[in-house]
Design a protein around this ligand. Structure first.
Ligand code: SF4
Length: 369
């Protein structure tokens, strides 16, 4: 995976006392550091007229986060939700996938930013977790950034791990397309951390996942985490349909399950390519040659474009069949899909988000096929 070397690190005054600042200084010593009073006043200023989103990925900001860190995942209207919570410790991502929804979601605030107030993050998480000890929280950090791509520079996850591995009612998911796992290997995850990878065949990675770790790097990082005692997850998402997709996805699954012990898997998810008219506009401007703009899609009730339902069901059924050959009982769920699609793929649909969320809790046996 290509190292991330920003053109500049822009630090908001007050963030110099953060451990993240010291980590950045140590790891990016060759990069100029600039200090400002208020990053909000300069974010996005001076960007090129052309690819503003791409240019934003080249400057790294370090500033205090002034809003909430801990939130319920917004999900997608009308789709089965998996009762997931998110902690946002950074915004935007140094990698550059053509289909990345952040191109639309962060269009007006695209600065690549890491938050320096780690203490506030832990304090807020502690208030929520200790107030609701009877509830179980599945929490991810990869909603508006990649959980691990910046880890060799910020050391953020390494700062948070000692707190999170002690929490009895929370499972932390670190979701990534990188292979940046070194800082995790020294911790005992105590069964409370799942490291998960978004996986696609190498052909799709080459076409549409710029600057990410290649398939074999992701798989070997997963193997290292498994050996260090971590539970693993894989998200086969977004699945892309193209001539010959079946052979590529089937052999990708064979390789995954011949490398990883499926009994150490916490879950697998499946999802097809989703976008919106706004995201398609951004993709057309930034990745005019991507083939993802050419396939037919239909507008679904949640405002997202997806492949026709019969094609989605066929893709999911094939994937479930290939997965079940290797892993008879691992938990599989569909990401952002309707109850009708669940019914057709699994013969049932969860009644509510709580049911699906509970099903994913550690130690709970899967109750669906
Ligand atoms: S790795 Fe994830 S967050 Fe980063 S560009 Fe790709 S899709 Fe977006």
């Amino acid at each position: 995976m290509k190292p991330f070397i920003p053109e500049v690190v822009i630090v908001e005054h007050g963030s110099e006392t953060s451990p993240i600042y010291n980590n950045l200084r140590r790891s990016l010593g060759q990069v100029p550091f600039k200090f400002v009073d208020d990053v909000a006043a300069i974010e996005g200023k001076g960007l090129v007229v052309g690819d503003r989103f791409g240019a934003a990925k080249k400057k790294l900001y370090l500033a205090k986060h002034k809003g909430e860190f801990f939130k319920k995942c917004p999900g997608s209207e009308g789709q089965v939700c998996c009762n997931y919570f998110v902690i946002n410790f950074a915004s935007n991502c140094p990698m550059d996938c053509s289909y990345c929804y952040l191109q639309e979601y962060l269009a007006d605030n695209s600065a690549l930013k890491v938050f320096s107030n780690v203490g506030d993050l832990i304090k807020e998480a502690d208030q929520v977790l200790s107030k609701h000890r009877g509830m179980f929280f599945r929490v991810g950090t990869g909603e508006i950034t990649d959980s691990l791509a910046l880890e060799p520079y910020t050391g953020m996850v390494g700062e948070l791990m000692p707190y999170f591995v002690q929490q009895p009612n929370m499972l932390l998911e670190l979701k990534t397309k990188s292979d940046c796992v070194d800082s995790l290997l020294k911790f005992d995850p105590k069964g409370r951390v799942v490291v998960s990878w978004s996986m696609n065949p190498q052909r799709v990675i080459d076409w549409d996942e710029t600057d990410t770790a290649c398939f074999s790097e992701r798989l070997s990082a997963a193997r290292r985490c498994q050996e260090a005692g971590y539970r693993l997850g894989f998200h086969f998402d977004p699945m892309i349909e193209y001539p010959g997709w079946e052979a590529d996805y089937e052999s990708m699954l064979e390789e995954v399950f011949s490398t990883i012990d499926w009994r150490k898997l916490s879950w697998l998810s499946l999802g097809v390519l989703r976008n919106t008219p706004g995201l398609k506009r951004a993709m057309r401007e930034r990745f005019p040659r991507t083939q993802l703009l050419t396939g037919e899609q239909v507008l679904c009730p949640d405002g997202k474009l997806r492949y026709f339902q019969p094609l989605r069901v066929e893709m999911y059924r094939k994937m479930v069949g290939w997965i079940r050959r290797a892993t008879p009982t691992v938990k599989i769920y569909l990401c952002m899909e309707s109850k009708e699609v669940w019914q057709q793929v699994f013969g049932f649909a969860p009644n509510c988000e709580k049911e699906l969320g509970n099903e994913m809790a550690p130690g709970v046996e899967a109750t669906w096929p």
